[in-house]
Design a protein around this ligand. Sequence first.
Ligand code: FES
Length: 160
Amino acid sequence: MPAMPEAPLLADLIVHHRATPGALLPLLHAVQDAFGHIPSEAVPAIAEALNLSRAEVHGVITYYHHFRQWPAGRHVVQVCQAESCQACGSRALTAAAERIFGCALGQTRADGAVTLEAVYCLGLCAQSPAVQVDERLHARVSEAKLARIAQQLGVQEVAA
Ligand code: FES
């Protein structure tokens, strides 16, 4: 995925969505799908097309955890933080993920290998705690299972 918005592609996405009622969220999803994040350079064009202020667009981008303002790492690891997963140890699992993947929640490792993100319900509540790695869901995730996932991704532990 390209890191920066290509004007023709961004323009196409705007044209495709601008007439849709409630176009902002579908358009932001489309932009993130196309570019991997919502580039700051895209915000003025989106605001103008939808007759919104830049602050309104920025507010929506920052409100939803799903939207990224910066490019993600080569792998995206999302640890569920919603109620069922919390009841089944997602806080401890998150701490383990930060240690295993070598970056804090909401951050990307310095080597760009992994972005670690919070997510709020992956639809696997009956099999909590749940994690999504790139497009793949993992249920009943333990620290040991996370370590195996890191190994399968080829992610080396960062020396403490
Ligand atoms: S609460 Fe974590 S998958 Fe639903």
